[in-house]
Structure formats: structure tokens, C-alpha cells
Design a protein around this ligand. Structure first.
Ligand code: CU
Length: 118
């Protein structure tokens, strides 16, 4: 007759304290397009469907990112800041339609870029 031995379990409670505090760098999950004086950087940005792209104004001037085609912006309705984005400010838009979406600076339509949504 075998005698069962009672195994004692050592329960070790591990507290995993996430990644709190610290110096949070600006490496968020968003995709970023920098709006420069005379260009968008990168000029073409590829993102996954559903991604939110942040257009940051670092130009020192007013900017207005909007879908082509100027001036009606009907290529991708909704993709339009609809107002001036001031220097240091930003505009965010969530892309959920696959395709290649050309856009421009509505205040300076020669400045163009594209968002490729996969
Ligand atoms: Cu326009």
C-alpha cells in the first residue's frame, strides 16, 4: 500500500508592476508625419488599416493637411483637418480604408504626401 505524500506548494506571489513611471519618451503607438515648411516627412507613410496617424506641425507656419483633391478633398472624405493646424499643434486621423491616399497642405497645395493603408 502506497502512502501518498502530501506535497506542499510554495505559492510565490509575483507582482509584476508594469512599466510605470520613468521618463516616458514620445515613442507612442501612433504613426507620425512631420509637417515641415515645404514638405511632409515622410512624404509617403505606410500604415495598417485602423492606424491613427498624427500630423505634427513643426514648420513654424500654419498648416492644413487634407485629402486630395484640392480644394474639395473628396478622395477620402473626412481626412481633412478642416481648420488651420497651428505651429506646435497636431492633427490626428484614423485610416480604416485600404488604399493609397494622396493629400496636401490645403494652405499650400504644392506640398503633397501620401498615406498608404494596408
Ligand atoms: Cu486643399
Amino acid at each position: 500500500m502506497k502512502k501518498g505524500s502530501a506535497a506542499s506548494l510554495l505559492v510565490v506571489g509575483l507582482l509584476v508592476a508594469g512599466c510605470g513611471g520613468g521618463g516616458g519618451s514620445s515613442s507612442g503607438g501612433d504613426d507620425v508625419v512631420q509637417m515641415k515648411v515645404d514638405s511632409f516627412e515622410p512624404s509617403t507613410l505606410t500604415v495598417k488599416s485602423g492606424a491613427t496617424v498624427e500630423f505634427t506641425n513643426e514648420s513654424g507656419e500654419d498648416k492644413w493637411p487634407a485629402s486630395n483633391v484640392h480644394p474639395t478633398h473628396e478622395l477620402y472624405p473626412g481626412f481633412d483637418a478642416q481648420k488651420t493646424v497651428l505651429d506646435g499643434d497636431s492633427y490626428r486621423f484614423t485610416f480604416d480604408r485600404a488604399g493609397r491616399w494622396g493629400y496636401h497642405d490645403h494652405l499650400n497645395p504644392d506640398i503633397e504626401g501620401a498615406i498608404v493603408v494596408e
